[in-house]
Design a protein around this ligand. Structure first.
Ligand SMILES: [Zn+2]
Length: 324
């Protein structure tokens, strides 16, 4: 392929997503450009509005997510998406991300308390946050956004710009790159081996930690970050979880973050992989990793696709057992 042809084909590897939010009764549209590299498969989401993101440096900085500011400082969804503009369940509230990276990019503030210590975050708060997220995903589904991804960056070392604890929710029509990849591989594993990958990896082994209602907690064979723990659910989709199972997930997350705190960890990333429907070949899973400063994401992790790990998963699985 000549260079000119390569550039022409690259221009075709570009999509635009439009995100609409309402701020001070005015509707604002933002364009998110999504580019895919034809060789590396890297996907970049570009939104220059993100340059304006406020960044809290310390615990006493002004906080848009605190109860006295949240109604004024945060935007609403347009009425055609969510009639009341925001979703509120228990202690949790969901509103659109002011600086989105996808058409439907929500923020879920799950505690009214401005606290940053992960050992102070309790099960009820996580439960409310997850329940409120499911409501957002049910609304997304009706709009044709079937894939539902939950992320949590806690503290700056994990990529958070606001320190007040919050989840981020991305609903998409085709799934994010790693969601698509994992779903495809799990389906292939099922077809090839006749077994469910997730059920196999939770079978009692030296990386097994413990159980909560509807979930088994393990450390992975090849962690993607230090102290990574995975909670494997009995179902495929988060929106199918009943309150008991949702509490089981919240209970497990709380136990893991208490363990991380005891290890001296203050920051974390968490994600939840969930398939749109119940299938035999996939179990929804929660993944949590520890983050520290100086950054543990260096050239190896960023460019080589390989990860440097300090403690083997067979060793720290024994440590986490005492919290179950
Ligand atoms: Zn706050």
């Amino acid at each position: 392929m000549k260079l000119k042809e390569l550039f022409i084909s690259m221009k075709n590897l570009k999509l635009l997503e439009l995100s609409k939010i309402v701020k001070n009764e005015i509707e604002i549209s933002q364009k998110i450009e999504i580019r895919k590299d034809p060789i590396t498969n890297v996907i970049s989401r570009i939104n220059m509005e993100r340059l304006k993101r406020p960044k809290q440096k310390g615990i006493s900085d002004y906080c848009p997510f605190c109860p006295q500011n949240i109604e004024i400082a945060t935007p609403k969804f347009p009425k055609e998406i969510i009639k009341e503009g925001r979703i509120k369940i228990g202690r949790a509230i969901i509103f659109p991300n002011m600086y989105p990276l996808a058409s439907l990019h929500g923020v879920c503030v799950f505690t009214q308390e401005h606290k940053i210590n992960i050992n102070e975050i309790n099960e009820d708060e996580i439960f409310d946050g997850l329940k409120c997220s499911i409501e957002f995903f049910n609304i997304s589904r009706k709009l044709g956004y079937l894939y539902h991804f939950i992320g949590w960056n806690h503290l700056q070392e994990a990529g958070a710009s606001i320190l007040h604890p919050h989840f981020q929710l991305i609903s998409s029509k085709n799934g994010l790159k790693n969601e698509r990849f994992i779903f495809k591989k799990c389906k292939y594993y099922w077809k090839k081996k006749g077994r469910n990958y997730w059920e196999e990896i939770v079978e009692d082994n030296e990386r097994f930690i413990g159980k909560t209602e509807g979930f088994s907690w393990i450390t992975p064979w090849a962690p993607i970050g230090n102290y990574e723990v995975i909670g494997v659910g009995n179902k495929s989709s988060i929106i199918d979880l009943n309150d008991k199972e949702l509490r089981g997930m919240a209970n497990g997350i709380t136990k893991i973050i208490k363990g991380l705190w005891e290890l001296g960890i203050r920051a974390l990333n968490m994600v939840i992989f969930s398939y749109p429907y119940q299938v035999e070949w996939f179990n929804l899973n929660v993944r949590i990793i520890a983050r520290r400063l100086p950054s543990d994401r260096a050239f190896l992790e960023i460019y080589s696709g390989e990860i440097g790990i300090e403690v083997p998963p067979e060793v720290y699985s024994k440590f986490f057992k005492k919290f179950f």
